[in-house]
Design a protein around this ligand. Structure first.
Ligand code: SME
Length: 155
């Protein structure tokens, strides 16, 4: 159905952040890359671990979104808590889903883990049910790994 326009998302992401250590700048550009490289999205961005067991909204593209998400809630919370990619084909069937945008039908959330701790998640939303594939997950996991590798060097 929908496919990634460029299969080298991780490579593009790597070029985008090369030579810059400002976290907000790099995450902002990565959010833009995700939003415009993957078809059929209505939201793409980061939630960052702020307080213990709590995420706060980070750089993103799309409509204004929920600001704080406890680890106990939502698809983002599940990814952060379980440290596992969450591929949700139908958010209406995901108990505890947080509807920031009523148009969202499917989600892909990938945790960013540094030294065993979740530091952030990447959240992609689509208005299409069943939009995300394992290929999407692998591509976004490559971006998450890249961010994890740089995390402690970014300020
Ligand atoms: N729907 C998400 C919350 C984040 S927004 O979609 C941007 C969730 O259930 O975690």
């Amino acid at each position: 159905m929908f496919s990634i326009t460029d299969s080298h998302l991780g490579e593009q992401a790597s070029h985008l952040v090369a030579g810059e250590t400002n976290k907000i700048a790099n995450l902002s550009n990565l959010a833009a890359l995700l939003m415009h490289s993957i078809k059929g999205l209505n939201w793409a961005g980061f939630y960052l671990v702020d307080a213990p067991e709590e995420l706060v909204l980070g750089p993103f593209q799309g409509l204004p979104a929920c600001i704080r998400i406890p680890f106990a809630k939502g698809v983002c919370g599940a990814a952060a808590r379980l440290q596992q990619t969450q591929l949700v084909g139908d958010v209406l069937r995901f108990e505890g889903h947080i509807a920031c945008d009523v148009n969202t039908r499917s989600e892909l959330v990938v945790p960013i883990v540094v030294a065993g701790s979740t530091v952030a998640v990447i959240d992609l939303d689509s208005p299409h049910t069943g939009h995300f594939t394992n290929e999407h997950a692998e591509q976004v996991e490559a971006v998450a790994q890249l961010v994890a590798q740089h995390w402690l060097n970014w300020h």
